[in-house]
Design a binder for this molecule. Sequence first.
Ligand SMILES: Nc1ncnc2c1ncn2[C@@H]1O[C@H](COP(=O)(O)OP(=O)(O)OP(=O)(O)O)[C@@H](O)[C@H]1O
Length: 219
Amino acid sequence: MIATENLTKSFGERHLWRDLDLTVHGGRMLALVGASGTGKTTLLNCLGLLEPPTRGRIVFEGRDLAASWPGRRRRFRRDHLGYLFQDYALIDNATVRANLEVARRADVAERSAALERVGLGGREKETVHHLSGGEQQRVALARLMVKNPSVVLADEPTGALDEANTSMVMDVLGEMARSGCAVVIATHVTSVTQACDDVFDVSDQAFRAGRLPRRDRVW
Ligand SMILES: Nc1ncnc2c1ncn2[C@@H]1O[C@H](COP(=O)(O)OP(=O)(O)OP(=O)(O)O)[C@@H](O)[C@H]1O
């Protein structure tokens, strides 16, 4: 579980959000929605300790990460956090395999299973910069599966993907949630929002209706 308490972020006089109380339990997927520029990415970056909040707490395992020592923050990022970035954050000139090994020294079977799951079976030796945008996003997803974190933060994880791959990404994130992970996804995509358990609109700091039955989703 990860939670915010009275979390506020301002840039100068401009408040993005104030006194935010959000809780994401393991096993749940939360969608962050809202107009462009309302602060979805900034909120993910605060949760991932890439950016300091102006005030408030970020609570993980009963402790405030925002006020923790650098060592504890590093351990949280290393041992518990998985991040799926808009720009994939892969090592461009390394192979798919090397990119997966950055996450954790997984055995061959684990790596192969993750690549099979994202439709990239047998592509371990290819260099990342030769892959398409959608394939790179799927490598990033496989890396996330290999890391097996307890908190996943995903920023527009389906941006470069077609409908079939959007559906696959959401299925994988759903499987990770069901295995106990807390998943937070910033998105503009309706079908992604519909696949989440809870929806929080950052524009007006309000919760909206969550998950639609699968048959009613439009991918
Ligand atoms: N370091 C910074 N200094 C000043 N303003 C910033 C900084 N970082 C972000 N902002 C501003 O904060 C606002 C929120 O940005 P953010 O990227 O979080 O929005 P978003 O909701 O994710 O947008 P989008 O949906 O377009 O990705 C933007 O107006 C952005 O310019």
